[in-house]
Design a protein. Structure first.
Length: 349
């Protein structure tokens, strides 16, 4: 395919605005159409960013032969249908995180990727930053040895977003999908995406539904919160490793820790990025130094998506990897409802 990549954008809310600002910095990707079920929002995006075509039904957008790929920026519960339809319409797909709110939807999306053979990528931009790329290089070099334990943590003390994020019919899941999925993706990426076999945990919204937003912090309506604002779980993997997962939008604590992985040769903490090991009869801590600061990571992930299409190379964030994330999310929710550990498995697609 020749440059520029002709792109259509489905959903013009807050995250789409970030994408459009990033795309305005490059001539290699041309945004030729936007779509939103609220026509005024789509038209406003068109006017602001100079996009020539406006739709309220994404099926009409998919009928444009000019469009080679689509970026899906809808709420979580509306990721599956446009992804599957776009792939079967011959369009490559960049989908915002999480891949889906349910394992059923994530499985259907993965199936469509396999059926069409087109490029599908989930947009988790931290994969393209210095810290993640360096950590992955360290792990891939065998520096840590065999990873046997990890912690994935994403938390806020008082940071519940409003809008579609907190509604069951739109967001589907809460803090797990919003910030927790970043931690899950980071740690699973470093672990090499082992297959989970069991999950045990809790998920609730005990604080978000009973506490009003403190002055100067995120604003939400406790009566509108329908999804979890706190979740903790343990994940057992087929290779014998275990991961602790913790995520919170609101809690009476300053921190739940940070992302880390422990191996038989060394351990790695992500913030600040540090290797912990033992050499020369001494305990050794190594902190890789950054060269230049990360640029626009939203632009980086869009360019990585485009380059995979142009070069015919594998997706930088493929469906198969994110499907494992959805297995864990579903398992955690199921365990929380059942009040016990549940067995999980990666669907054969």
């Amino acid at each position: 395919m020749a440059k520029p990549l002709k792109l259509g954008l489905i959903g013009t809310g807050g995250i789409a605005q970030v994408h459009m600002r990033a795309l305005a910095k490059t001539e290699d990707i041309e945004l030729v159409a936007v779509c939103d079920i609220v026509e005024e929002k789509a038209q406003k995006a068109s006017d602001e960013f100079g996009v020539p075509n406006v739709f309220v039904d994404y099926h009409d957008l998919l009928e444009m032969d000019e469009i080679e790929a689509v970026s899906i920026c809808t709420w979580n519960q509306a990721h599956c249908a446009p992804t599957v339809d776009a792939l079967h319409a011959g369009k490559h797909v960049l989908c915002e995180k999480p891949m889906a709110a349910t394992l059923k939807d994530a499985t259907a999306m993965t199936k469509a990727v396999h059926e069409t053979g087109l490029t599908f990528m989930v947009g988790v931009q931290p994969r393209f930053g210095f810290r993640r790329k360096t950590a992955k290089a360290i792990v891939d070099a065998g520096t840590l040895g065999d990873i046997y334990y990890a912690e994935a943590v994403a938390c806020r003390r008082a940071g519940i977003p409003g809008g579609s994020f907190i509604k069951a019919d739109k967001g589907g899941i809460g803090t797990i999908a919003d910030i927790g999925v970043y931690a899950l993706d980071e740690v699973l990426h470093l672990m090499g995406h082992p297959k989970p076999v069991a999950v045990s945990g809790i998920a609730n919204n005990l604080l978000g539904t009973t506490h009003t937003p403190p002055h100067g912090f995120w604003n939400w309506d406790p009566d509108e919160l329908e999804v979890e604002d706190f979740a903790v779980g343990s994940v057992r993997f087929e290779n014998g490793a275990l991961m602790t997962f913790k995520t919170s939008w609101i809690m009476h604590m300053d921190s739940l820790g940070g992302n880390l992985v422990l191996g038989t040769k060394a351990g790695l903490k992500m913030n600040p990025l540090t290797i912990f090991t033992q050499e020369y009869d001494r305990l050794i801590d190594i902190t890789p130094q950054a060269g230049k600061k990360d640029g626009d990571l939203f632009l980086a992930k869009n360019m990585a998506f485009a380059e995979a299409i142009w070069n015919g190379t594998p997706s930088p964030v493929p469906a198969e990897e994110m499907l494992i994330t959805n297995v864990i999310i579903q398992g955690l929710n199921d365990s929380a409802k059942a009040g016990r550990e549940v067995a999980v498995s990666v669907p054969e697609v």
